[in-house]
Design a protein around this ligand. Structure first.
Ligand code: B4P
Length: 190
C-alpha cells in the first residue's frame, strides 16, 4: 500500500505511522524524523532545516522534495510506504505526483487525523516535558497550527477530489485511534 498520513502537528501522525507501517510491512517515512536525524548529525541539510523547524516554519519545498525523492528511490519503498508529514504544501503534492509517475505507482489512501486544537496543544506541551523538542514551546506550537491551516489543510480538498481521503477521528487513546486507522484502510488491525 502507498499511504499518506496527514493531520495537524500533534494529531498523532508519528505515533500511529510507525506501528501502522510495521504491521502492514511497509516503511514509515517521516520527513520530520529525517530532518531531526540530520540536525542531530550536524549535516548541511540539518543546519539548513533547523532554523525553520525551530521557528515552526516549513523547510523550503526544494530541500524537502529532494530528500523525499532520494528516500522513495530506496529498495524498501518499492512495494509500498507510509508517508508521515509529506506532502505538506500544494507544491509538494505536485512533486510527489511526478515522483510516483516516474516510479510507475500511485497512492491508495490519504488518512487525515482530526483532533481539537486545544488537545493538540496539550499533547505537544506534554511532549515538551519528556522529549524537549525545540519546536514544542507554546508560541511555536500555535504558529505551527496556523501554518498547517494555511499551507496543509487545503491538501485535503486536493486529495478529496481524487477520492483518496479517509478522515479519522484522532481523539481518544492511541489504540482507539489505531483501530480507526486500520478500519479506514479497510483492513483489520493485523
Ligand atoms: P513533524 O515531525 O511531522 O512533527 P509534528 O507535526 O509535531 O508531528 P509528530 O508526528 O511529531 O507528532 P504526533 O502528532 O505523532 O514535523 C516537525 C517539523 O519538521 C515541521 O514543523 C517542519 O518544520 C518540518 N517538516 C516536516 N515535514 C515537512 C515537510 N513535508 N515540508 C516542510 N517542512 C517539514 O504526536 C504528538 C504528541 O502527541 C506525542 O507526544 C504523542 O505521544 C502524543 N500523542 C499521539 N497520539 C496521542 C493520543 N491518541 N492521545 C494522547 N497523546 C497522543
Amino acid at each position: 500500500m502507498r499511504i499518506i498520513l496527514m493531520g495537524p502537528p500533534g494529531a498523532g501522525k508519528g505515533t500511529q505511522a510507525k506501528v501502522v507501517a510495521e504491521r502492514l510491512g511497509i516503511p514509515a517515512i517521516s520527513t520530520g524524523d529525517i530532518f531531526r536525524a540530520n540536525v542531530a548529525e550536524g549535516t548541511a541539510l540539518g543546519v539548513q532545516a533547523k532554523r525553520y523547524m525551530d521557528a515552526g516554519e516549513y523547510v523550503p519545498d526544494e530541500v524537502t522534495n529532494g530528500m523525499v525523492r532520494d528516500r522513495l528511490a530506496e529498495d524498501d519503498a518499492r512495494e509500498g510506504f507510509l508517508l508521515d508529514g509529506y506532502p505538506r504544501t500544494v507544491a509538494q503534492v505536485h512533486e510527489l505526483d511526478g515522483m510516483l509517475t516516474a516510479l510507475g505507482s500511485s497512492l491508495d489512501a490519504v488518512v487525515v487525523l482530526t483532533v481539537d486544537e486545544d488537545e493538540v496543544v496539550q499533547r505537544l506541551l506534554q511532549r515538551a516535558e519528556t522529549e524537549g523538542r525545540t519546536d514544542d514551546t507554546e508560541p511555536v506550537i500555535r504558529h505551527r497550527q496556523e501554518v498547517y491551516a494555511k499551507e496543509t489543510a487545503p491538501l485535503i480538498a486536493v486529495y478529496g477530489e481524487r477520492g483518496l481521503v479517509r478522515e479519522v477521528d484522532g481523539m481518544g487513546s492511541v489504540d482507539e485511534v489505531r483501530a480507526r486507522v486500520f478500519a479506514a484502510l479497510g483492513t483489520d488491525a493485523p
